[in-house]
Design a protein around this ligand. Structure first.
Ligand code: ATP
Ligand code: MG
Length: 656
């Protein structure tokens, strides 16, 4: 692949305030540079010191990194620990009465759980799992509503050394079956129903359906948490049991299973934005370290913080920044069952005010949809408790960033735009908020100890302003260990021969700017080739979103006789979807706008308006489906993780 052309220019710079910088865990660029230097001088010593500082080990590790079977790297392998012990037991003495979770249900009901109570609930449930003969190394599928019990189930699984595989509670029976079968799980933990946005989803019924599809013979028990008073349609006495009956009479202490740092903690499937989901396998020690380091550096964690990551536990963000990072570091966190738009688009802001949230972490897709639904709504709430904002999941378009910064953050809160992946386990490229000045749309600099680079097809660094492959040049503790059941796919996907198997290939395209900041340009799979120029999707989309009429945009290529590829833009307006004359008029305006903002080369040849875009259930735009639609072909690809299939039809018929 030749390098990618960057067309978007964004120069606004936001340094941390003096006040933020002085109090920050990593203060000023001196602080950041000092850490980078330590990592450069003694890479293993650097990570070893952090692992000793942040993790409580049952038995200390001797060796930090074992590269003898690269790319199957091992970290702290002879160290012994338990992740749940690190998230719960070790806090009991000093934080036993501290609130661990402020749970807000869909209907607004609030439940608070202290570290001591959470510990007790996890122990009881862990003992319950043991009574079902769940043993170290067994796989447990968790298909639950987002809430305290989901966290309890994950922590209990970690406590007894089982490997959990959380499946998002919005996935279909087929997607659930595939994941159960791939992991050959022994137990499914689910709920009778989940409730989101006032609507119930019958999780138990979907589980029954999934198990009925075949291939799930490994399942011995289905544990059902009773979330609502509604009955389950089917009940198999030999297989199904209620959560409350399972924990009844169980001891509130449970000796943790002591694990090697390399024992798998969980498997989690990727979002499926670019193809069939991959079963990403994570370790115990290295993974935990990644979450803790980033809580300290990126989220600048303080004992008094009220932390809120809005991600569902079904995604990696919910694993690292709901279940493990915040609990590992001893934080008080908000866990929210519902959706940002129910009962109205002010829900997030209302909750920030109500719970005094200091640190708020969400996704660009949520930000864009909340701008569309009520850009002024945050002003109706007192958001002065906020001190730090974060985003993850997709590139954040500069205009959405500015809104987030000004309207939500009152111009006062640094924004940490965190680039990372299911595979990386924890934040990789993100501004340390008391050190790195931010630029809207850039995830800025790698964390100290993360050796990220942008290279061309030969693996050579590309010059600033030119796009290329985003890679990581050294193994890091929280990296993916393998793809479950498929080590070959692991090697081919992430350590391909093209780079002699030496570089971790992230699958994203990126470029450096003149300050050495990294800009994610999109997925490698999505790069457009227009008249010999290779363009990332992010920049054209950002130009479109910068137009006041536009809420969201996705850009793909379609074959074009002369140019190679033509630019097709799928656009969601803040107002309703335009039709007829009006649509033609706005499309013309938008074309001119893009030509003016970034140049004629990026001007969409075709614009299609929709009420929404096809998204994964984690809210990411699935451009691979849009490419098929742009070409006028039938969608035959994997759509198991698609949130809103009906939108495909609308977009198919929306060509202007
Ligand atoms: P699949 O690998 O199955 O296609 P996926 O890549 O969407 O799915 P995730 O691991 O959930 O699965 O997402 C990671 C990807 O999300 C990154 O590779 C990147 O493309 C995108 N991403 C995450 N955070 C950011 C960010 N801050 N800026 C830009 N892109 C981001
Ligand atoms: Mg991916």
């Amino acid at each position: 692949m030749s390098s990618i052309d960057s067309v978007l220019k964004e120069n606004r710079l936001f340094p941390p305030s003096d006040d933020f910088r002085v109090k920050a865990n990593v203060s000023g660029m001196e602080g950041y540079n000092a850490l980078c230097e330590q990592a450069n001088n003694d890479y293993e010593g650097f990570w070893g010191d952090l692992a000793r500082e942040l993790i409580t080990w049952k038995k200390p590790f001797g060796k930090v990194l074992d590269s003898s079977n690269a790319p199957f790297f091992k970290w702290f392998e002879d160290g012994v620990l338990n992740v749940s012990y690190n998230c719960l037991d070790r806090h009991l003495e000093t934080r036993g009465n501290k609130v661990a979770i402020i749970f807000e249900a869909d209907d607004g009901t609030v439940t608070k759980v202290t570290y001591r109570e959470l510990h007790q609930r996890v122990c009881q449930f862990a003992n319950g799992l043991k009574s079902l003969d769940v043993q170290k190394g067994d796989r447990v599928v968790i298909y639950m509503p987002h809430g305290i019990e989901a966290v309890v189930a994950m922590q209990a699984s970690a406590r007894i050394g089982a490997i959990h595989s959380v499946v998002f509670g919005g996935f279909s029976a087929g997607a659930l079956r595939d994941r159960i079968a791939d992991a050959a799980a022994k137990v499914v933990i689910t709920a009778n129903e989940s409730v989101r946005g006032g609507k119930a989803v019958p999780l138990k019924a979907v589980t029954d359906e999934a198990l009925g599809l075949g291939g799930c013979d490994s399942i011995e028990k289905v544990v059902v948490y009773q979330r609502t008073s509604n009955k389950c349609e089917l009940w198999d006495d030999a297989r199904d049991l209620w959560w409350h009956n399972l924990v009844k009479g169980q001891a509130s202490e449970c000796e943790p299973e002591w694990m090697s740092a390399e024992d798998p903690l969980f498997i989690l499937y990727t979002s499926g934005s670019t193809g069939k989901p991959k079963g990403i396998q994570h370790s115990s020690g290295g993974y935990l370290l990644g979450t803790l380091v980033s809580m300290k550096w990126v989220f600048d964690y303080k004992e008094t913080d009220v932390y809120w990551c809005t991600a569902d536990v079904g995604w990696i963000t919910g694993h690292s920044y709901v279940c493990y990072g915040p609990l590992g570091i001893g934080a008080t966190q908000v866990v929210f069952e519902g959706v940002p738009t129910y009962p109205d688009a002010g829900r997030f802001w209302q909750m920030i005010e109500k719970h005094g949230v200091t640190t708020f972490y969400t996704a660009p897709t949520a930000i864009r949809s909340l701008i569309k639904l009520g850009g002024d709504l945050p002003k109706q709430y007192n958001l002065s408790s906020l001190r730090l904002l974060g985003t993850v999941g997709e590139p954040i378009n500069p205009e959405a960033w500015i809104w987030y910064h000004e309207v939500v953050g009152g111009g006062r809160c640094p924004i940490v735009d965190t680039w990372w992946q299911t595979e990386t386990g924890a934040n990789m490229i993100a501004p340390l908020p008391g050190a790195v000045a931010t630029k809207p749309g850039s995830c800025t600099l790698p964390l100290p100890g993360i050796i990220a680079d942008v290279v061309d097809e030969a693996g050579a660094p590309v010059e600033p302003g030119k796009g290329g492959f985003l890679v990581v040049k050294k193994p890091w503790p929280s990296m993916v260990r393998t793809i479950w059941n498929d080590p070959d796919r692991f090697k081919k996907t992430y350590f391909p021969d093209d780079f002699n198997g030496k570089l971790y290939l992230a699958g994203d395209s990126a470029h450096f700017d003149e300050n050495g900041y990294i800009w994610i340009m999109g997925r490698i799979d999505d790069v457009l080739n227009v008249s010999g120029h290779r363009l990332g999707t992010m920049e054209i989309e950002s130009a479109l979103v910068a137009n006041p009429l536009v809420a969201e945009a996705a850009v793909v290529g379609k074959p074009h006789e002369i140019k190679g590829e033509a630019v097709v833009a799928f656009v969601v307006l803040k107002a309703n979807r335009p039709e007829g004359e009006k649509a033609t008029q706005i499309a013309k305006e938008l074309r001119e706008w893009v030509a003016h903002e970034i140049g004629k080369i990026a001007q969409p040849d075709e614009i299609r308006f929709g009420d929404n875009l096809p998204k994964t259930r984690s809210g990411k735009i699935m451009r691979r489906l849009l490419r098929v639609i742009a070409k006028g072909e039938e969608v035959t690809q994997d759509t198991s993780t698609l949130e809103n299939p009906a939108i495909l039809d609308q977009l198919r018929h929306s060509a202007l």
